[in-house]
Design a protein around this ligand. Structure first.
Ligand code: SAH
Length: 375
């Protein structure tokens, strides 16, 4: 038997990337090729359990079917532009979106888990004043295949062996972009992460972080049940309007109502509220008390993130003692709070430091919902 001939570029462009298809979509796709739905399960097994991206190597698929697949489909991950490793073991990859665009993915090893932080967009349109990604502007949404492809690729890069222990135990959508502004690709991608024939991750180990797109949080409650994190960063609307401008459209009270709805609908444990610690801006004891008043008695926990600086920023990180005092104010008022350990700083892989490369910048300004959100 000979392998399928090498594809030309034109053929490649027309092929369906199987990495972006949910199980029902893959079943429909194999049916459209005249094959039985169980072939979809076989394909998923090869792709996700055995880590195979070469259709020709899938030896238990009928030869004719394999040949047809070779013409119509492919398994293609984003291409690696550069790979870096920090002193603390954190790894960062710059991945190609197209000839002039790139986005980033970060792996954070810890003793009891390995977290992969993936991107959902090239750049970001939301313009949060303390985030390096915002400075890059927005270029485009990633496809479901590019989102799933990050996890597939990271497993390969990290040396995952089929049947071996998981290396990636948790996935967080906390890289570049606003995941809920790319709902159409992010939701199917998360289905593949959770599918037992896909990456088979528990819903509590996949976390979607949003800056607070309220209508999309309600929609997410209907379509997904992953863990929810919300970038709050301020205890009042006046300050949050400055730090997270989407707050002007969806103020804190509306945002929190959406969060509690999500937890009710999804039988979730709690929402994690991310709160970046900016010296002299949002880190006073009075602000901690105001935050506690918003959250006490609700299914909430707070994750305090020491600000990670980037060139040109006007903010400074709060001193450790101030962060600890802020945490203690919350704890004393019955609000669960932790301080996030900063990882990968020496390779600019820490929260808010991912910039990728956005060259053909389409400047999308925050103005109406329609401009920043696609459903
Ligand atoms: N757009 C989504 C996903 C990004 S998650 C969101 O806003 O939630 C990345 C997290 O890091 C967010 O909580 C973000 O607010 C935070 N962050 C952004 N810039 C930061 C910085 N410079 N230092 C620390 N955290 C930052």
């Amino acid at each position: 038997m000979t392998a399928a001939p090498l594809a030309t570029l034109a053929e490649t462009a027309e092929r369906v990337n199987l990495l972006g298809l949910t199980r029902p979509e893959l079943e429909a796709f194999v049916a459209s090729l005249g094959s039985k739905p169980f072939r979809a399960r076989q394909l998923m097994h090869w792709m996700y359990k055995r880590g195979v991206d070469d259709l020709a190597a899938m030896t238990d698929l009928a030869r004719d079917f394999r040949a047809l697949l070779g013409e119509r489909a492919e398994i293609r991950t984003p291409e690696i532009v550069t790979a870096q490793q920090a002193g603390d073991g954190t790894r960062k990859w710059l991945l190609r979106a197209d000839s002039s665009q790139a986005f980033e993915m970060v792996y954070i090893p810890e003793t009891d888990r390995g977290t992969l932080c993936i991107s959902s967009q090239v750049g970001c349109a939301l313009d949060c004043s303390f985030c390096a990604t915002a400075q890059q502007g927005f270029n485009r949404n990633l496809t479901a295949a590019e989102i799933v492809g990050q996890v597939w690729l990271a497993n390969r890069e990290l040396g995952y062996a089929p049947g071996g222990d998981r290396i990636i135990t948790n996935v967080v959508l906390m890289g570049m972009g606003e995941p809920l502004a790319n709902f159409r690709s992010v939701v199917p991608a998360m289905r593949i992460l959770l599918d037992d024939l896909g990456f088979d991750l528990s819903r509590r180990r996949v976390t979607l972080s949003t800056s607070g797109l309220v209508p999309q949080i309600y929609k997410l409650a209907e379509e997904s049940n992953v863990a929810l994190a919300v970038s709050l960063h301020a205890p009042d609307d006046e300050l949050r309007n400055q730090l997270v401008p989407i707050n002007r459209l969806h103020p804190i009270a509306e945002l929190l109502a959406a969060c509690w709805h999500y937890i009710d609908e999804q039988n979730g444990r709690s929402v994690t509220f991310e709160y970046v610690m900016l010296e002299g801006v949002n880190d006073s004891p009075a602000q901690a008390r105001a935050l506690a008043r918003l959250l006490a008695g609700h299914p909430a926990k707070v994750n305090l993130i020491p600000f990670n600086p980037f060139p040109g920023t006007r903010y400074r990180r709060s001193p450790d003692a101030v962060i600890a005092a802020f945490r203690d104010e919350l704890l004393q008022r019955g609000v669960m709070a932790t301080v996030r350990r900063t990882r990968g700083e020496d390779i600019d892989a820490a929260c808010g430091q991912l910039v990728g490369r956005v060259i053909d910048r389409t400047t999308v300004r925050l103005g109406s919902r329609g401009q920043v959100v696609q459903i």
